[in-house]
Design a protein around this ligand. Structure first.
Ligand SMILES: [Zn+2]
Length: 540
């Protein structure tokens, strides 16, 4: 019989404290549904009342499938009753399944920061937990500075944890708020706590200030805690929170944990962990960490040499887990003199053939077009293309190499003009206009459009009139546009990613790369339109 271990994601709350991270409501909803789909038990959405986005997030039922949608907030203020604290009253109006309160558990903080008595802080914990329970919420209590507090005054830190548990909190979460605790300390202190609060009601919330947040989380589990809090990619203020993208595969793939515990993330969902990690990076416009454990591009890369030849004989020789388990790929960097058989072997190992078969493109691995595709992908990646998050462009590229994309239309010329001038009212205005010339069959179509910027104008003009194809792209909508400047060695190049959506709700992402941002955007726009035509089965 395995024990259940619960995972609590706080990417949208604690992770949102990261420098430079600013989630929109749409971002938060997309991430919440992604986490829900991944199998996380709790998704903490934010702190209603703290800002407009979070208040809006909890103003409606967000209908997660399985995860417990959680709102974060403070316990009642000292000297007030629960019903007389506007902050708490507003929090209890949140459309959420659970409330996670944060409370002080270090006597020094209670006296100095909260300026109240130790007993009043305990009463605040009891009252707040009871008030949320009475309204039907599942309740969690984050004990802030628990480990530092325990070192200073173990009796008081424990009294806070017990007050929450005895008042009916489902989880008492021990927080290493400053992130300075070490694994052996965490193991000893959690071991002491579970003598007073049952371990299946104890959680760990670790920060990464000594690079031990993952180790501390695992140490807490060894000592009896049964909930781990963390974030995707270890997002979080300062050095981040415990990284769930490292914790999840460790729990699933390392026998010491896998044999003892079940988590909500299935083996199938583990395969898409890499995708989830990359998706978050893309939303934040951050370059993925190549060296990230399990999901980094280099996590299973071996340079040619003795390691590579051993890996070809048996991958287990230099790999601690199978890369496919987390959706990653083995990479053996083949030298330029490598024979075709090596290239095809690598292609097979990289999973590209399976990927093509998944796209419904029947192909044998010794098909010469496969090698051509691999070369094309490599050549393009060297120029700055990235296909991991631009599946639609990858699919088009594969189909083109296989001769399976019709020439629907031809853009023979485009022109984008940006003009700044003084208007009749004496204001400085910038006007952008694009003209696009397209040939469809034998018809030559010319469209012009004004936009709020060059890419917008180009997009509007391009999609204004595609003749007989117009009806297929009517429902096409651009939902996201991201630009990254890559250091291309001698000169910088621009990579543009465009996310599109159609009337069926399907979303896809396309990529363009060029030294010129308009050109890169044009490529991504064209891929998006052509992808939509292929998908809709438009006739040639
Ligand atoms: Zn935190």
């Amino acid at each position: 019989m395995k024990e259940r271990l619960y995972l609590f994601d706080t990417t949208l709350r604690d992770g949102a404290q990261t420098n430079g991270v600013d989630f929109t409501l749409a971002d938060k909803l997309a991430i919440a549904h992604m986490l829900d789909g991944l199998g996380l038990d709790y998704v903490e959405g934010g702190y209603p009342g703290a800002n407009l986005t979070d208040s809006e997030l909890f103003a409606e039922d967000r209908k997660l499938k399985a995860a417990t949608f959680t709102a974060f907030g403070m316990t009642r203020r000292p000297g007030r009753s629960a019903s007389n604290d506007p902050g708490l009253v507003a929090l209890l109006d949140a459309k959420a399944d659970a409330i996670c309160f944060v409370a002080k558990s270090w006597d020094y903080h209670v006296r100095v920061a909260l300026e109240t008595t130790l007993e009043e802080n305990l009463a605040s914990i009891r009252d707040s937990v009871a008030a949320a329970k009475a309204k039907g919420f599942e309740v969690l209590l984050d004990c802030e500075h628990f480990f530092d507090g325990f070192k200073a005054n173990p009796d008081y830190a424990l009294a806070c944890a017990r007050a929450a548990y005895e008042a009916g909190a489902r989880w008492v979460v021990l927080c290493d708020t400053n992130g300075g605790a070490l694994p052996h300390e965490v193991e000893a202190i959690v071991g002491a706590v579970v003598k007073h609060v049952p371990g299946d009601h104890v959680g760990i919330h670790a920060h990464n200030d000594t690079e031990q947040a993952v180790a501390n989380s695992l140490a807490a589990v060894r000592a009896g805690a049964r909930q781990i809090q963390g974030t995707l990619n270890g997002l979080g203020e300062r050095c981040g929170n415990a990284n769930l993208v490292s914790i999840i595969p460790t729990l699933k793939l390392k026998p010491d944990f896998a044999q003892k515990f079940d988590i909500g993330v299935s083996d199938e969902k583990l395969h898409v962990l890499l995708q989830a990690s990359r998706k978050l990076d893309e939303m934040l416009n951050r370059a993925p960490n190549r060296h990230a454990p399990y999901v980094g591009e280099s996590a299973f890369a071996t340079k040619a040499g003795i390691h590579a030849s051993a890996i070809l004989k048996d991958p287990a020789t230099y790999e601690h887990v199978k890369p496919e388990a987390v959706g990653n790929k083995r990479r053996v960097l083949v030298s330029e003199q490598a024979g075709k058989s090596n290239v095809i072997a690598e292609l097979d190992r990289s999973g590209l053939i399976a990927e093509l078969q998944g796209l419904g493109i029947a192909i044998e691995k010794d098909d010469p077009r496969v090698a051509r595709l691999l070369e094309e992908v490599k050549a393009r990646e060297a120029k700055g293309y990235a296909y991991e998050n631009a599946q639609a462009s990858f699919e088009l590229l594969a189909r083109r190499v296989l001769g399976a994309v019709p020439d629907y239309f031809d853009v023979t010329q485009f022109d984008v003009n940006v003009e700044q001038r003084i208007s009749a009212k004496g204001e400085r205005v910038t006007v952008t206009m694009a003209v696009v010339k397209v040939t469809v069959d034998d018809a030559r179509l010319i469209s012009a459009a004004e936009g709020n910027g060059p890419v917008n104008a180009l997009d509007l003009a391009l999609r204004k009139d595609l003749g007989k194809y117009q009806k297929y792209i009517e429902g096409l909508d651009l939902t996201d546009y991201r630009v990254r400047i890559l250091d291309g060695g001698t000169e910088a190049v621009t990579r543009v990613l465009i996310e599109s959506r159609d009337e069926t709700g399907e979303r896809w992402t396309t990529v363009g790369v060029s030294a010129n941002i308009i050109d890169a955007s044009f490529q991504a726009l064209m891929d998006s339109i052509v992808y939509k035509l292929v998908k809709s089965g438009a006739p040639t």
